[in-house]
Design a protein around this ligand. Structure first.
Ligand code: MN
Length: 319
């Protein structure tokens, strides 16, 4: 962290980015980082591979996120947030080129790809790390920054339900709420602005639920056909995996998803309950994440990919 603070003091212009498929933590931590940099009189440009999801467009800084990968921005260093691997920033890598990279992340699988790496797997979220950066640099929070950090922590802790939630998390959140945030309103904006087709897609996905013989592995799938049927443009399946995970005795939940950006890719998410390390499973297939939440992408047919993944999980569970 000391090196990050030094670099922020030293340089003047920063490109800020995060992983593809923006969500609460990647978006919130980037916007808060921009507030911090601008408060210090620095220039900050947020460039991401993917657009701001519809339900986050209410954030005051949402319009400051650019997807212009050909933008000619002058910057001295790139701040990469919430990314375990450099690959996860997608096409933004081309914009960064050979510039200095500062990697700030809380994924246990982080590959330390930066020139400066601040990785803290005990942090609940990248947002929590940016909060600590404000404190380390003696910078006051703004109401906007408090909102961004609150959303980052709220979403990455599963609304303070996952075991990355601690008394420290609540202390930070208590301070953030002191800036006049309205938690009920934030929750409604973040979680209750789904479209009818989102819910139809959830119904179709839940109908595919399967559980293994032992009853400790449960999985659902989202296919291209379902996307059409639900009239869903993109596979918006945030939160679907919580349903198989919520089943009694299930230790590993999986979501298999077709219809991602690259043809022939199956996107896979893993969640675990208890002491199964799903980061290990995802890492085996070239992905990564956290002990209880991870993901990977495998090329192949849905049936073939499912077979491979399920066999690996059985092997890991049964040794
Ligand atoms: Mn995160």
């Amino acid at each position: 962290m000391k090196k990050v603070v030094e670099a922020i003091k030293k340089y003047r212009r920063f490109l800020v980015t995060a992983h593809v498929n923006l969500e609460g933590d990647s978006l919130g931590s980037q916007l808060a980082m921009k507030e911090l940099l601008e408060g210090l009189g620095k220039k900050a440009y947020i460039i991401d591979n993917d657009p701001v999801p519809e339900h986050y467009k209410f954030l005051p800084g949402a319009h400051e996120v650019s997807n212009d990968l050909k933008a000619h921005v002058e910057f001295d260093a790139a701040l990469i947030l919430d990314c375990p691997t450099i690959k996860r920033i997608g096409q933004v890598k081309k914009v960064i080129g050979s510039k200095l990279i500062i990697n700030i992340d809380h994924h246990v699988s982080n590959e330390k790809f930066g020139n400066i790496n601040w990785v803290d797997a005990r942090a609940s979220s990248a947002g929590e790390m940016i909060y600590r950066l404000f404190k380390a640099m003696n910078r006051p929070l703004t109401k906007e920054a408090a909102l961004y950090l609150y959303i980052a922590i709220l979403t990455d802790t599963g609304s303070f339900n996952y075991d990355n939630t601690s008394s420290v998390t609540h202390e930070i959140v208590s301070e953030l709420l002191g800036y006049g945030l309205d938690p009920a309103l934030v929750s409604e904006r973040v979680y209750e602005r789904r479209s009818v087709s989102d819910i139809k897609l959830l119904g179709l996905a839940l109908a595919t639920l399967k559980v293994n013989k032992k009853g400790d592995v449960a999985y659902v799938e989202v296919t291209k056909k379902m996307l059409k049927e639900a009239n869903a443009e993109a596979p918006k399946s945030e939160g679907f995996i919580n349903y198989p995970r919520s089943i009694n005795k299930v230790k590993v939940a999986i979501l298999f998803k077709e219809g991602g950006k690259h043809k022939g890719d199956i996107d896979i998410s893993f969640r675990s309950k208890g002491d199964v390390d799903v980061n290990k499973i995802a890492s085996h297939f070239g992905g990564g994440g956290h002990m209880k939440a991870s993901g990977c992408v495998i090329k192949g047919s849905l049936a073939g990919v499912k077979k491979r993944v399920l066999a690996k999980i059985e092997e890991m569970l049964r040794g």
